[in-house]
Design a protein around this ligand. Sequence first.
Ligand code: THU
Length: 126
Amino acid sequence: MDNTQLIKLAQEAAKKAYAPYSGFNVGAALLCKSGNVYTGCNVENSSYGASNCAERTAVFKAVSEGERDFVKIAIVSEKGGLTFPCGICRQVLSEFMPNGRIVLYSDEQGIKEFALNELLPYAFKL
Ligand code: THU
């Protein structure tokens, strides 16, 4: 699965975002070592703190289906500009893909790829 295909899946997932409070629709597509891909969108709540980011939706879908090893995740928003994962999502991703890659896309900047450990050096570990 190449980056362009993964980004397309993330864009499809963003269409399903439930974000009536922020209006910021995000989609993610997570490639596992198995070759399976899990998508996710952000799901907001009127109690704002109960909201979930697109990345964690994808991670929790994957883990709940038995996946443990991830390769990379594509993240897009419908607002334009690159959408970097928030700090909580970086930490959650580091649990299952410490050496994984983060693939971002915007119309203006095209595809940008980062190592997760560039975005989250010294991740917390027990
Ligand atoms: N959001 C994500 O889904 N992923 C990110 O990487 C950043 C933020 C969501 C959370 C909330 O629903 C909305 O974007 C605005 O913060």
